[in-house]
Write a protein that binds this ligand. Structure first.
Ligand code: S3P
Length: 172
């Protein structure tokens, strides 16, 4: 089966919906950030802090190539995977890429009590930070033809919609 690749901003539900979709499709669930953390023995925040974002993006790029060479996976990507178009090109070769869109308010709501996202910094002005970052990336996310606006959706609704698109595109 073709990979199901979920991209989208932080807080767009890629991981939660990805896990549920994988269970329903009986496919392997893969979380890119989790693999990078395991391989480096450091959290994403620590990697950003000690080795820098450029280093992280190189690891992310290498992992995309590795995962895109395999099949039967539901892949939750990191929010910044769209920053390198080569990533989307590689994933599209062996999978169906679906963008989970989320508006800034809901991205804030869903991430406000978390501490593991280095690009969002501390609690102060987090909404403003999200608005800026999302605005910078909006055209990259919206260039992806398969898109689900998750802002007002539950995880189950989001998963249903993702599976509908995946099955339709995969001819299932
Ligand atoms: C990032 C999103 C994070 C993680 C890293 C960078 C981004 O993943 O890869 O902190 O650039 O948007 P999530 O989207 O799973 O939070």
């Amino acid at each position: 089966m073709k990979n199901l690749v979920l991209v989208g901003f932080m807080g767009s539900g890629k991981t939660d919906a990805g896990k549920l979709a994988a269970a329903r499709l009986k496919m392997t669930f893969v979380d890119m950030d989790e693999i990078i953390e395991q391989r480096h023995g450091q959290t994403i925040s620590k990697i950003f802090e000690t080795k820098g974002e450029t280093f992280f993006r190189r690891q992310e790029r290498a992992l995309v190539r590795e995962l895109a060479a395999k099949q039967d996976q539901v892949i939750a990507t990191g929010g910044g995977v769209v920053l390198d178009q080569n990533n989307l090109r590689d994933f599209s070769r062996t999978g169906i890429v679906i963008c989970c869109w989320v508006d800034a308010k809901m991205a804030h709501e869903r991430t406000k009590n978390t501490k593991h996202r280095p690009l969002l910094g501390g609690q102060t002005d987090r909404l403003a930070r999200i608005e800026t970052l999302l605005h910078e990336r909006e055209s990259l996310y919206k260039a992806i033809a398969n898109r689900v606006d998750t802002s007002a959706m539950s995880v189950v609704q989001q998963t249903d919609e993702i599976l509908r698109i995946y099955k339709h595109q995969a001819g299932l």
